[in-house]
Design a protein around this ligand. Structure first.
Ligand SMILES: Cc1cc2nc3c(=O)[nH]c(=O)nc-3n(C[C@H](O)[C@H](O)[C@H](O)COP(=O)(O)O)c2cc1C
Length: 192
């Protein structure tokens, strides 16, 4: 059921780094982005994929992880992503990319979840540094990075409590909790 996959499709930030993800699998995932909706059907998104451990080691330091979990600053060596998909916007096709990259990213992480692969969308990127690492021409805007791997942590959803706090947190057992606003809070009007 779609609801089960959406529930399973959490942001994971610790992985079994040694479990390699084949480039072929990344291509299959990018294909889900390719088939997704695009404003005016312009399809301005382009992708760079990496499952190369040496390149991954150079991509990792350009990303910022889980602001609410400070002083934790990201996964240790051995728990880092085994693959990345970098979503780029081709400025020769469009000047702004609207929701396209969000839609493509969600298709990709849902497809990953179906394969047991976890991921985290990362928007907090040292873009100049990443551009240098991947030799990305200025023509392409760096939109989002998808960090992927086989999850090594448990993530649970819960309702936002009466204090309204939406910050995710880790408990004493190292389980990652993600508060979600309730349906009653977010549906402002129910007609029909
Ligand atoms: C557009 C976007 C950008 C994000 N950027 C980051 C990021 O830079 N670093 C990070 O650790 N998580 C990032 N996330 C993940 C969110 O923190 C995560 O979606 C949120 O905590 C809810 O958890 P969930 O995805 O399991 O529902 C981003 C998510 C989205 C949708």
């Amino acid at each position: 059921m779609i609801e089960d996959i959406v529930k399973a499709c959490r942001s994971y930030r610790r992985f079994h780094q040694e479990q390699w993800i084949e480039p072929r699998t990344l291509r299959e995932l990018v294909n889900l982005g390719r088939l997704s909706a695009s404003a005016a059907n312009l399809q301005p998104l382009k992708y760079i994929i990496s499952s190369d451990p040496n390149l991954n080691a150079r991509i990792y330091p350009t990303l910022a992880w889980a602001g609410y979990l400070r002083p934790w600053i990201g996964p240790d060596e051995g728990e880092r992503p085994s693959a990345y998909i970098i979503i780029l916007g081709d400025t020769e096709i469009a000047k702004n990319f609207g929701c396209d990259h969000g839609i493509a990213a969600q298709s990709i992480v849902l497809g990953a979840a179906e394969k047991g692969i976890g991921g985290c969308m990362i928007g907090s990127i040292e873009r100049d540094r990443l551009r240098e690492v991947l030799s990305i021409p200025v023509r392409y805007e760096i939109l989002l990075v998808l960090a992927l791997g086989y999850p090594k942590e448990k993530v649970v959803l819960e309702d936002v409590g009466p204090d309204g706090d939406i910050k995710y947190y880790r408990d004493a057992q190292d389980v990652h909790h993600v508060p979600k606003r309730t349906l009653d809070e977010i549906i402002l009007a129910e007609n029909g």
